[in-house]
Design a protein around this ligand. Structure first.
Ligand code: NAD
Length: 496
């Protein structure tokens, strides 16, 4: 099939968006590479402390007037942004495929999920209402007003470069705060396009800022006293550092992080409906999702069921079409970069060394549609006879690797899932309501799937997480985000 037209045609130096202006950074410059083609598509700066300072100053200056802008007027900017995102939907999606490598359908799904957060935040006039009690004593009333706090930092990961900052930013600005977004330096182009649309939507200068860079920019934001809170989405080690630093510097924080999701297969599951769901769960986004399936646990002692189910899984997996995500026939793109591929290959090696059975081997020359360098491509991989103590059964691999375990019964399967320090998106596949209820009740997991392989909450539900998958109290998205970006001011009024 023909390759869709690439929206990024020329290599440009990405500028920061500060105070409504596009400003060239004085920082060191890195290349942004399309992992499918191996071509440099942009250059991104590692911004300096002065540039973080300028963004915080702009946001602090914009805050008083933005806060006084009525919620309805603020939501009108978001309505305009939503319309602009719809008009530019395909371009924004193709940019994600070019910068990240995911398939165009995955990018379109990501764009849609991002827009949905803008849509939910458009309802801010009712979402941020307070409450009122008349006559707490004779002639005295008490009421609560949710108030914005100031400037928030929003730090995104590489795996959903467009959508994840939108789990936070629309709610932050809708509630009257100003934001500084730090996209992943690996794929910052869709955030640049988003900021261009924010500019066109008419947000006042300083309300929405973008400062590019990596860990040094994050450290600068964490240390800056002008930033009152941080939302972070990324790996667990970075999340722990962010959480600790926010504690030390007195910032409120949401830190959503790593995962190792267990998919439990009961012998009574609907096999025809389950296999496609597993394909998307384990191999969609090339396994680079915090909600990807990582461990498949087949429950029960029926070898006949195990063998036929695994034969179907291996057969379907081996037919996955790999290539450039801008080819609409492609079902799996490359990993984001060479380093990530080497990391996944290291895990495959460790699985072999630790005695797991390599049933489908994604190493070596990958069969790709079209003529592309092998650099970031890897085939889907399946291991059987995995145990929870093996590295491939325990660590977050973040690649298209399925580790298969067997459990005698539901109790043992739940114990296996609980042996992981992560608890982000475990799921069960069963046609028994009783088993599903039991699993839902007992499983420790922020997001729980019942016959659903990727438990991605809608924008009007929180994006939850437990144990080593989340640090904080409130989550991004919906009402919890509104709560996070506001403080409760309680007023007692005596009518003298
Ligand atoms: P990462 O931790 O490497 O980077 C995340 C962000 O932090 C980036 O902007 C990066 O520039 C910055 N960063 C990286 N190292 C840093 C350091 N030492 N100090 C300060 N900042 C640093 O994560 P990633 O590889 O971009 O993303 C993948 C991870 O994100 C996976 O673990 C995945 O499970 C997780 N994730 C979690 C969720 C969720 O909601 N739970 C969603 C998506 C991704």
């Amino acid at each position: 099939m023909a390759i869709l037209e690439e929206p990024i045609k020329e290599v440009s130096l990405i500028k920061n968006y500060i105070n409504g202006e596009w400003v060239e950074s004085k920082g060191e410059i890195k290349d942004v590479v399309n992992p499918a083609t191996g071509k440099v598509i942009a250059r991104v700066p590692i911004s300096t402390n002065d540039e973080i300072e300028a963004a915080v100053e702009a946001a602090k200056t914009a805050f008083p007037d933005w806060r006084r802008t009525t919620p309805l007027a603020r939501s009108r900017c978001l309505f305009r942004l939503k319309e602009l995102l719809e008009e530019n939907f395909e371009e924004v999606s193709r940019i994600q495929t070019q910068e990240h490598g995911k398939t165009i359908d995955e990018s379109r799904g990501e764009t849609r999920r991002g827009i949905e957060n803008v849509e939910v935040a458009c309802g801010i006039a009712t979402l941020m209402q307070g409450y009122f009690s008349e006559d707490i004593a004779s002639g005295i009333d008490e009421y609560l007003i949710p108030t914005p706090l100031g400037v928030f930092g929003i730090i995104g990961p590489f795996n959903f470069p467009f959508m994840i900052p939108l789990w936070s930013a629309p709610y932050a600005v809708a509630t009257g705060n100003c934001v500084i977004i730090k996209p992943s330096s690996e794929d910052p182009l869709s955030q640049r396009r988003l900021a261009e649309l924010v500019d066109e939507a008419g947000f006042p200068p300083g309300v929405w800022n973008v400062v590019n860079g990596g860990r040094t920019v994050v450290s600068g934001m964490l240390e800056h006293p002008g930033i009152v809170g941080i939302t972070f989405v990324g790996s667990t080690p970075t999340a722990k550092y962010i959480y600790k630093m926010c504690g030390e510097t007195g910032k409120r924080v949401i830190a959503q992080c790593g995962a190792k999701n267990f998919m439990l297969i009961m012998p009574d599951c609907n096999v025809a409906g389950t296999i496609p769901a597993l394909m998307t769960s384990f191999f969609g986004n090339t396994g680079q999702r915090c909600l990807s399936g990582a461990v498949l646990v087949i429950v029960g002692e029926d070898d006949g069921f195990y063998n036929s189910f695994m034969d179907a899984v291996v057969d379907t997996t081996s037919k996955i079409i790999i290539g450039n995500g801008l080819d609409e026939s492609v079902q799996m793109g490359p990993l984001r970069d060479k380093g990530k591929k080497e990391r996944v290959l290291g895990y495959i090696e460790s699985g072999i060394q630790q005695g797991a059975k390599l049933r489908l081997d994604g190493r070596g020359e990958v069969k790709i549609v079209g003529d592309y360098p092998q650099t970031c491509f890897i085939g889907p991989t399946i291991f059987e006879n995995v145990t929870p103590d093996m590295k491939i059964g325990r660590d977050e691999i973040f690649g298209p690797v399925m580790s298969v375990m067997r459990a005698k019964n539901l109790d043992e399967a739940i114990d296996m899932a609980h042996s992981s320090p992560f608890a982000n998106g475990h799921a069960i596949f069963t046609s028994s309501g009783k088993t599903a209820r039991e699993f839902q009740y007992r499983i420790v997991s922020g997001n729980v799937g019942i016959n659903v392989g990727i438990v991605a909450p809608m924008a009007f539900f929180p994006f939850s997480g437990m144990r080593d998958s989340f640090f904080g109290v409130l989550h991004t998205q919906g009402r919890e985000a509104v709560r996070f970006f506001t403080e409760s001011k309680v007023v007692i009024q005596r009518w003298l």
